[in-house]
Design a protein around this ligand. Sequence first.
Ligand code: AMP
Ligand code: MG
Length: 490
Amino acid sequence: MSAPFRFDNTYARLPEAFFARQEPEPVPEPGWIAFNESMAESLGLDAHRLGQDDGLKIFSGNRVPDGAQPLAMAYAGHQFGHFVPRLGDGRAILLGEVIDRQDRRRDIQLKGSGPTPFSRAGDGRSALGPVLREYLVSEAMHALGIPTTRALAAVTTGQTVYRDRPLPGAILTRTAASHVRVGTFQYFAARGDNQAVRTLGRYVIDRHYPQCNQASPWLALLEAVLERQASLVARWMQTGFIHGVMNTDNMSIAGETIDYGPCAFMDRFDPATVFSSIDHQGRYAWANQAPIAQWNLARLAESLVGVMDEDGLDAPTEANRVLETFPDRFQAHWLAGMRRKLGLTTEEPGDAGMVDELLDLLHRSSADFTNAFRALADAPDDDRAGAFRAELNRPELADEWLQSWRRRLAREAVEDTRRGDAMRAASPAFIPRNHLIEQAISGAVESSDYSLFNELRQVLARPFTDQPGKDDFARPPEPHERVYQTFCGT
Ligand code: AMP
Ligand code: MG
């Protein structure tokens, strides 16, 4: 029998200081929650076999598949602004890497598979709720077209884990372009180990940014990571996503969304929205995500300054010059995406102001972010603008804005139906609504009922398509359903 994975493990060939070799710890009674068969196929895996008992053993950590070289990665990170020199994979184990059907290298990682040398006081385990949340939200993110780690499988362990109360344990198998983070660079830079920073930098350039193999590779790398983050955060904000823990250890060098802890999508639009129960200052609020990304990138720049100096560059000046491009790059991505949401195909100087006025209107009239943008696709025609107005609790505030938007649309020669389709392709009907995720989790945790989890998986796989009979999944929460906080502790 051939192996279900064809591993080719480049990270495991890096120097020993980069990780700790660690096998998953077996669990008593594994049970299936979900297997992402179509993704397994696109990864070039033996999907049929992995969907059966072999897969259950592997995804629960009870069997290490042939060719895997399990390890826990070392990294540091700024958590809510405070530097922690040694974090690392405390509850995750990288099994190895595979090359997918599109020739992209993907990490295969178990999350919640037992203690590692980086576990500190933690148990190395995950509770069921956070596993379900990451499964649903990361797959929804992918369907929304936003770069992200993905979910290959989820299993229960038959073990109880203790958080604020006893909970069923679970393991998520996720895939990523890689698990190198800003914090991985910080780990070595904080030790003054420039040799390791170089090795890591070269690894990252080879794996993610081959175009940076040039005269000043470190500046080029900084710029390339910055560009991907500017694009990523703009995409998040355009779907109302709030990451919740944008610590430097949770910022992927490859530019994917990673670590779905206390994340959530906004319902009613308010730029100050925060969900994380531990984010008391609003550090990671919706509107703060761009400046925070730039702050995190400054920590990456600092980690690279030592090797740039050795290359004879005026490192601080050069690095700052790159960092200072972030606001403009972010703004360019933001505006390009918002133009799509407004149905615009050309650029005019007044567009940014028009976007700000619309957001202000949505805020002042407590509109549901997702549904208001979705309804806007019909609003160029005043006879069909009722659905948009109905999203606003003060619809009269919309008149002036709608008029100026329509005057702007009239300066473009785009046919209404085509524009409507383009707008719907930029503004989803379905996002993973927090109250539904919480209901899906409580069904599973309290009564092993996975029906809502499974239905959400299906609906959220086609977020841009109107789905008859699924209106409940597009409805914002009633007051009694509202979720104000989400918790970490995956
Ligand atoms: P996070 O807030 O999820 O990004 O995790 C921050 C750090 O805490 C990482 O180093 C994790 O590996 C570690 N960690 C979180 N939960 C656990 C746990 N249950 N057991 C061991 N380490 C953990
Ligand atoms: Mg993390």
